[in-house]
Write a protein that binds this ligand. Sequence first.
Ligand SMILES: [Zn+2]
Length: 222
Amino acid sequence: MATSTVENYIKQIYALQYEQGDGGLVGMGDLAVALGVTPGTATSMVKSLARDKHVEYTPRVGVALSESGKSLALHVLRRHRLVELFLVKILGMEWHEIHEEAETLEHAISERVLAKIDALLGRPKVDPHGDSIPSPSGVIAERNLVALDQCDVGRAATISRIEDQADDFLQYLESNRLTPGHEIEVVESDRHAGILSLRFVDGSQCSLGFPVARKIQVELHD
Ligand SMILES: [Zn+2]
């Protein structure tokens, strides 16, 4: 089994490759910054990952996951996201406190326990923040989501994923019911003022600024 340091590097390279970019090479400087280590530390770790065939490393250019590295990254993400859902649904924890716990547990949990958690939760497809949970074989579902600030007035949608998962932001969203699963309709969108208003199915309304709306992804209804 890979060590937690190896898993964290692999996970970070995956995030930089696939979540922020085009799946291309990740620069060593960007990787070092994201992991909070010196470029020298990142480079020696990446060289060791390359020897283990988890990544392809081109000196002075960057690093990309190999097929086995990508599969490992997806397995770590599967553990992380299932653990987060378990912490919320079964242990009743608040959704803004679960990420840090999952960061530790994702490296410690066995496949056997993970399979039990998956079954207990009914083989869920998304975690509490709306991120897709990779399948046991490492397949991640593509979804058609748009940022809330791109929604037209009169359009109905379901809040599906939160882009910014910082604690205080999640707490703010929770106190305004702006969490995944809620159905909404945009009732006003003022581009000049940068304010968007939406209505929940029970008729209550909420206004938010465009910078907030941009970090909330929704699935549009037909
Ligand atoms: Zn998390």
